[in-house]
Write a protein that binds this ligand. Structure first.
Ligand SMILES: Cc1cc2nc3c(=O)[nH]c(=O)nc-3n(C[C@H](O)[C@H](O)[C@H](O)COP(=O)(O)OP(=O)(O)OC[C@H]3O[C@@H](n4cnc5c(N)ncnc54)[C@H](O)[C@@H]3O)c2cc1C
Length: 382
């Protein structure tokens, strides 16, 4: 028996833990049930956008984390053949956010900080949820060991598996968009090789692109791989070296400290609410890693949902939750999925010219959208 609480959260990833902390800071009783025996240590998200930094600052977990991350003030686009380049200074966002920059740090460094800030015993590990019952007063969750947890609302933050989504009978729309990405890690400081590079660069030649992301200990090099190529062939030394030589000829012999291939999908839940069950994070939306937005969007789901639940538990109308669910789904459909869709990116070779040609007002709009400042608070009750 796990007992009773006001809000039950399924999944202790960044979204579930951020939601738990936001609710707990508002004095709302919350419990998290997590399937794994501990936090995931997988290397996934790297990028934290300004509104996410604002949110983490508000939760009181950012200050100790900031010194261990990489602050990125400028984004670079560079055409390999002729060296033509364009750059955008994120400082133009000063006045719209307390953090007018991107910040690069591993996702698995955030989750322990969130967990440590939660009250003792708030998260129950090795407690995968396998059953759900709803009635007029609340929900009852049952975990694999037979224990139950009763709550007024349950929030599925259980990632792409969408266990609670399925139990609540919410559908998911997927597309055949899936593709794969080769990720190489190098300790070489690529700022010594690429003129004008700060912490994020998009290199292009006539046939494709290579993204460069500076992380605290290494740089990530990201390449899209052709559908017919196997993971093994993509990671093979000769293929990896050929890719590096194409985009970074001066650094063709750089040390490769790690390599992997990951798949990219595109999916969204058909609703973010069914009765007393709500969805946030990957359980509600999956996107390409282009632009580094999906975890950020999940944390924005969490912040806006916490504000809405606080109002509802305080006597506000239940339909505030419908408004929240509709607003967040609209964000996914109209902003998150289109912005992360590499099929709508400018053709290789055109990106530098496009970015170099932006007027100051267009550059500001671009920076707002790329930083998610225009969508982060959608769904917050008025
Ligand atoms: C290589 C890579 C790079 C990425 N880069 C970025 C980036 O730069 N920026 C960005 O914003 N996003 C990025 N993403 C996406 C980001 O990693 C995800 O959006 C993020 O992890 C979503 O968090 P979440 O808490 O919703 O889900 P998850 O992190 O998947 O957490 C879900 C949790 O639920 C648990 N769970 C599952 N089923 C159950 C159950 N039945 N009962 C209880 N618990 C359950 C799981 O064990 C897990 O701990 C990247 C992803 C990948 C793969």
């Amino acid at each position: 028996m796990y007992g009773e609480t006001e809000i039950a959260i399924v999944g202790a990833g960044p979204v579930g833990l951020a939601l738990a902390l936001a609710l707990s800071r508002s004095g709302i009783a919350v419990r998290v049930l997590e399937k794994r025996p501990g936090l995931s240590a997988a290397s996934r998200a790297s990028t934290f956008h300004p509104p996410t930094l604002d949110a983490l600052h508000g939760l009181g977990v950012l200050a100790p984390l900031l010194p261990g991350g990489v602050r990125v003030d400028r984004i670079l686009w560079r055409q390999v053949e002729d060296g033509a380049s364009a750059s955008l200074d994120l400082g133009i966002l000063a006045g719209e956010t307390g953090f007018p920059f991107r910040w690069h740090r591993e996702q698995q460094d955030l989750t322990p900080a969130l967990l440590a800030a939660l009250p003792e015993g708030c998260v129950r590990f090795a407690a995968g949820v396998i059953a759900l019952a709803q009635d007029a007063e609340g929900v009852t969750l049952r975990a694999a060991d037979g224990s139950t947890l009763r709550a007024r609302y349950a929030v599925g933050c259980d990632g792409a598996s969408g266990a609670l989504r399925g139990l609540a009978g919410i559908g998911v729309e997927t597309s055949d968009y899936a593709h794969r990405v080769l990720r190489l890690l190098t300790p070489l400081d690529l700022r010594t090789v690429v003129p004008g590079l700060d912490g994020l660069g998009y290199l292009a030649d006539a046939e494709g692109t290579c993204s460069l992301l500076r992380m605290p200990a290494v740089w990530r090099l990201i390449f899209r791989i052709p559908p017919a190529m196997s993971d093994e062939a993509a990671m093979a030394e000769d293929h990896a070296r050929a890719r590096i030589a194409r985009f970074l000829p001066e650094a063709r012999d750089l040390e490769i400290a790690g390599r992997d291939v990951y798949g990219v999908q595109r999916a969204m839940a058909t609703a973010c609410r069914a009765g007393r069950v709500l969805l946030a994070g990957d359980a509600a939306h999956l996107t390409n890693t282009r632009g580094g937005m999906n975890m950020n969007a999940g944390i924005h789901d969490a912040m806006t949902l916490a504000a809405t639940l606080e109002r509802v538990l305080d006597g506000g109308e239940d339909r505030l939750l419908d408004h929240w669910a509709e607003a967040r789904l609209r964000v996914v459909r109209e902003a998150l999925l289109p912005r992360t869709d590499s099929r709508v990116a400018a053709a290789p070779g055109a990106e530098v010219a496009r970015m170099a040609g932006l007027s100051p007002a267009q550059a500001l709009d671009w920076a707002r959208e790329a930083s998610m400042l225009d969508i982060a608070t959608a769904g917050t009750p008025a």
